[in-house]
Write a protein that binds this ligand. Structure first.
Ligand code: G3I
Length: 367
């Protein structure tokens, strides 16, 4: 399709009553989803809610199920937001994802300490992990269909991240987490989720990790490629090779947090590591008045390139989830540099579909 036709298709549709829709176009290919914030799953977002209801058949919680949100105190859970998130998904008959059970980030310090503030023993931390997983997965048993069991366990070079989980329990913390999750809901899909797995060194580490987990009997059904992408990274070839590497292990691939950063780099690495932040300059925030048309088209072509790969691998890829609904919702307005104006998603700040929306819909038809 020519760029002009793409613009016309995008302009002709309004959120809420759009035909075609993402989930309609991708029916029978893979699920299409979005990460939701509280205003969205509490139906207080008049711009986002019609889009969510019309466009997506799966949802992820951007923050509500992270340890720090749902289990902020040693003796206290905060279930209300997560309950509302799950109820929202059920109301809209969506496949509901849980994100995430074991992560080094957004996990309170007390998790790793005893009542005297000293590091927990291996047994103590395993007990705490088991209690958390049993409580959270058990509460939503049969309702949350798939869990990111362990998030971001690897370094960029493919070695194990020296997180408190790893240092205190040892490498089998992953196996234990999968065992506890499987015990709590034997029918739930269980995933390992990470970013930058398209880079060879980290991918090799992940392949080895998943091979070992499977050999040890872990009920792992999928790997999540977060997909925090750039305009020039990863290449289509890297993306295809990555999906194929995991397909060869017999696990499904989920694109779990897709977005495309269109702003100039302010850090050296391509990373979604939330500790890698940087100060901004006037040059690093060039599109405060809107995204120029040539950039809109370049973003549409970039989305088309990635979806071409996803669709080609439809037997392995079972879900593509965007990390947010509209550009205004995206974490990339504040990462790696705070207060910028980014354009990483398919819907603009007014909730209107961008040329990239039409490009993604079109890819479902041409394959
Ligand atoms: O909850 C507090 C709120 O009480 C406070 O008023 C507000 C002030 O800034 O901060 C709120 O917490 C923020 C939270 O998002 C909820 O909005 C945290 O500061 C902020 O760090 C947090 O960022 C999230 C980040 O993960 C860290 O958990 C982003 O929204 C979320 O998009 C991002 O998602 C991660 C995935 O979980 C894993 N993969 C990478 C991805 C992007 O970093």
């Amino acid at each position: 399709m020519k760029p002009l036709a793409l613009i016309m298709l995008a302009a002709a549709v309004a959120p809420g009553q759009i035909a075609p829709t993402l989930k309609g176009a991708y029916e029978g290919i893979f699920r299409i989803g979005a990460a939701l914030n509280p205003a969205q799953f509490e139906e207080r977002d008049p711009r986002g809610n019609p889009i969510i209801a019309a466009q997506f058949d799966t949802i992820s919680p951007e923050n509500a199920l992270k340890w720090g949100s749902i289990h902020p105190r040693v003796d206290g859970y905060n279930f209300e937001p997560a309950d509302r998130y799950v109820a929202f998904g059920e109301k809209h008959k969506m496949f509901i994802v849980g994100h995430c059970l074991v992560w080094h980030s957004q996990t309170p310090r007390w998790v790793f300490e005893n009542e005297n503030g000293e590091p927990l023993t291996r047994e103590g931390l395993l007990e705490r992990m088991r209690d958390h997983i049993r409580t959270v997965v058990g509460r939503y048993k049969g309702r949350i269909g798939g869990w990111d069991v362990v998030n971001e366990a690897l370094n960029e070079d493919g070695s194990m991240r020296q997180s408190p989980w790893y240092r205190i329990i040892g490498e089998d913390y992953l196996l234990k987490a999968f065992q506890f999750a499987h015990e709590a809901d034997p029918r739930a899909e269980l995933y390992y989720n990470d970013y930058s797995l398209e880079n060879e060194a980290k991918r090799k580490g992940a392949v080895e990790l998943i091979r070992k987990l499977k050999a040890a009997g872990a009920a792992i059904s999928g790997v999540g490629l977060q997909g925090h992408d750039k305009m020039d990274w990863p290449t289509a070839r890297q993306e295809a090779e990555t999906i194929e590497a995991f397909a060869a292990l017999g696990v499904k691939v989920h694109i779990t947090e897709l977005d495309i950063d269109v702003l100039p780099r302010t850090t050296r690495q391509n990373t979604a590591d939330i500790s890698a932040t940087a100060a901004g300059t006037a040059q690093s925030n060039p599109y405060t008045a809107g995204l120029p048309e040539e950039m809109q088209q370049a973003l549409a072509r970039r989305y088309a390139e990635l979806f071409e790969v996803f669709v080609q691998h439809r037997n392995t890829v079972s879900r593509v989830t965007f990390w947010g609904v509209t550009d205004g919702d995206s974490w990339l307005n504040n990462f790696p540099t705070r207060g910028r104006t980014n354009y990483p998603l398919l819907f603009d700040r007014e909730g209107k579909p961008k040329p990239a929306f039409a490009a993604v819909v079109q890819k479902a038809k041409t394959n």
